[in-house]
Ligand binder design. Sequence first.
Ligand SMILES: Cc1ncc(COP(=O)(O)O)c(C=O)c1O
Length: 383
Amino acid sequence: MKSSPFHNRIADQLDERRAKGLFRSIPPFAASPSNRIDCSTNSYLGLHANEEVGREASRLTGERLSGNCASRLIADHSDLYRQLESEIAQWEGTETALVFTSGYTANLGVIQALCTRSTEVFADRLNHASIFDGIRLSGATLIRYGHCDMAELKKCLQQSTAPEKLIITDTVFSMDGDRAPLCDIADLGRSFGALVMVDEAHATGMFGENGSGLVEATGTAKAIDIRMGTLSKAIAGLGGYVATSVRFRDYFVNFCRSLVYSTGLPHAVLAHNLAAIRYLREHPRLGAAVVKSAALLREAFERIGFSTGPATTQIIPCFVGDERETVALSTWLRAHGVIAPAIRPPAVPKSTSRLRFSWSALCGDEARTTISVHLQQWKSEHV
Ligand SMILES: Cc1ncc(COP(=O)(O)O)c(C=O)c1O
């Protein structure tokens, strides 16, 4: 092995991860046997396997499988961008929308563009990594408040003398499956003259009469300036978006580096995204059914003796604690045909390792019973 300060540090970091049982790797490709229960994907509505969506996506794609071949600011080669943004804006009830190549680049670009060194950003400590990366990139001052702790957020806002204040929160937290108190956040934003941005990545398609997300479900649309979402989870495609005003869209088109300096999405991906959103708008209650069914799985876990923490959505953490034991349980379940990934630090705090079950429209009563039986067996053999 080559030796240099770089090589040595990298080798040390990898060794440390291995020693702590925290080493990560990308699982090898595995064709899905049809009897496997897969709780690892974010395709909460099963739209990746929906034949109607597939047919419509193929029709919209036509013969064109190639990419956009340039940044959108140089050339928009697909008319589907316009249709997709218009569909999202109608769904969200906003003036307009803007699509990015991923949820990650949407957060990175929007936050970097919005904030300056004189901005203070108030962020829930469990927000997604892309939010913290965007804040870091912008040079703004980061003020983390305790998870969903509205008293602390209020105190931080009271102490702030910054001319520009931005509150950012996930609406559904990706590792705990709980929901942000959006009504309180909207009130605090109004009271302290702060801009409010929310990340609906895990709420899009799941909540609200029209299925557009938690902003719709909580009636907070007027108080929230920027709604960000992804097309990679319930939509089962790829891309991120912001639903917002014309003025903010113009600003982002001019100042978001992740949009300006990166190639647009391929036509075929836009086609899937558009077909899936149209389907969802015609079937707006799909998400509510999944969230209801997930509650039954949570109850089953608690009965067996696994805490599910504060979860109230389709994301169900099954707390184990110890890192190695979490991996062992995940591996054991996989051998029994249940895919539930082990989530360990640094993705979650130390000693809170857990299995993360993503409940979906493709999982039903039978899957719930099978998982419960396996967990019960594990518990009786290991406690
Ligand atoms: C809350 C949240 N925001 C943003 C993202 C990034 O979205 P994408 O996977 O589309 O890049 C994720 C992805 O896991 C997420 O959980």
